[in-house]
Design a protein around this ligand. Structure first.
Ligand code: SF4
Length: 377
């Protein structure tokens, strides 16, 4: 099996905070240069603590809006990465890109710096949806961005989509899927809208200003996504992710298959040899720590045997299934024995199957993955 190791860089700036977003980012762009200087320092500081033997097989710039970086700023970061860390020659290098922040010149410059995968935050091909989500870009911006990315030479492009908006029904969501398929991206991530605490959308929910669609329709739209995308050659390799042959996101697989990863930048998480640690979730504190010459780590935990087993079950259900024998041997956990009732009940309802010792969600079970996983943990 290929040995993977991921590097995540969190760029915490957005031109505008979307109503549903609970990622750490600030609605401001004038601190980007000093942040880039500090991120470069954090890279050198982290390099002193990292085992040099294993290359980073993926680099992922997320946020926030990493595509707010100028090519010169991105180039500075990339130079520092190559100077300080062992980056694999065939690294998968992704930048999350907001279609409202790039033109063809910037895309070409990103490509020449070494970026070889773009994840475009399109969300919808319906103007009313974009307005509801308070995205800064239009449908035309998204399409232009996609075509410009191809012209700039990107042959690995993801499109992010969001379904189960309050106005969605089967036809509207299928329209979005059809427009996406016409563009034929290499990878599609499709997430159901969630109402996260602390977001303006959650406040709207509490004030009854917005009504979520019901659970059955959400499950129906989810199954429609699977059927539609699989019919045209995308395989679902994680609960919300679909890829053409050979275009699975390596970086995501690092998380889902339980490999080590390092996260730099405010709020970024790292996972090394069973230890998880995370950076401060505040740009000012982050800057102060780096200026003071200390790593901006806010906390850490060493996962117990049970926690690791639970994570593997959770991640396994979302991806290739849970290898019951491995869980038993590795974590001394006989899941079939421990959760007999739950497993039989979900199997009778058609949500779970056991196939050659692998416990898997069925298509209808995938719509309830989080609930099923929590019952099994
Ligand atoms: S652009 Fe992305 S990171 Fe920024 S607020 Fe919107 S969803 Fe969140």
């Amino acid at each position: 099996m290929m040995n993977m190791r991921g590097l995540y860089l969190h760029i915490p700036f957005c031109e505008h905070k979307c109503i549903y977003c609970d990622f750490y980012s600030i609605e401001q762009t004038d601190g980007i240069q000093s942040f880039v200087d500090n991120l470069r320092k954090e890279i050198t500081m982290a390099a002193e603590t990292i085992d040099e033997g294993l290359p980073f097989t993926s680099v992922f710039l997320g946020g926030g809006t990493p595509s707010l970086l100028t090519p010169a700023q991105l180039d500075d970061i990339v130079n520092m990465l190559h100077r300080s860390l062992f980056i694999a020659p065939d690294v998968e290098f992704t930048v999350e890109t907001n279609p409202g922040t790039v033109d063809i010149e910037k895309l070409k410059a990103y490509k020449s710096i070494g970026v070889n995968r773009l994840s475009l935050g399109v969300q919808s091909f319906v103007s009313d949806d974009l307005e509801f989500l308070t995205r800064i870009h239009s449908v035309e911006d998204a399409e232009r961005c996609y075509h410009n990315s191809r012209i700039a030479g990107f042959d690995n492009i993801n499109i992010d989509l969001m379904f189960s908006l309050p106005s969605h029904n089967r036809e509207q969501w299928f329209y979005n899927l059809r427009r996406t398929m016409e563009l034929a991206p290499d990878h599609i991530s499709a997430y159901s809208l969630t109402y996260e605490k602390g977001t303006p959308l959650h406040t709207m929910l509490q004030r009854n200003e917005v009504k979520p669609i019901d659970e059955e329709l959400d499950a129906e739209l989810y199954e429609l996504t699977i059927d539609t995308l699989e019919a045209v050659g995308y395989s679902q390799y994680e609960i919300s992710n679909y890829a053409k042959d050979g275009k699975e996101c390596l970086h995501n697989r690092t998380y889902w298959e339980y490999y080590d990863y390092i996260g730099l930048g405010p709020s970024a998480h790292s996972f090394i040899e069973g230890k998880r640690y995370w950076n401060v979730k505040n740009l000012e504190s982050y800057n102060r720590k780096i200026w003071g010459g200390v790593m901006p780590v806010a906390g850490e935990e060493k996962l117990t045997n049970d926690q690791r087993a639970e994570e593997e079950i959770f991640l396994g259900l979302r991806t290739k299934g849970v290898d019951l024998e491995k869980i038993k041997n590795f974590y001394n956990l006989d899941l079939l024995h421990r959760k007999t009732e739950e497993i039989s009940s979900f199997s009778e309802r058609g949500f779970l199957i056991i196939d050659n010792g692998i416990l898997r969600l069925t298509k209808s079970g995938k719509a309830y993955a989080d609930w099923i996983a929590s019952e099994l943990m």
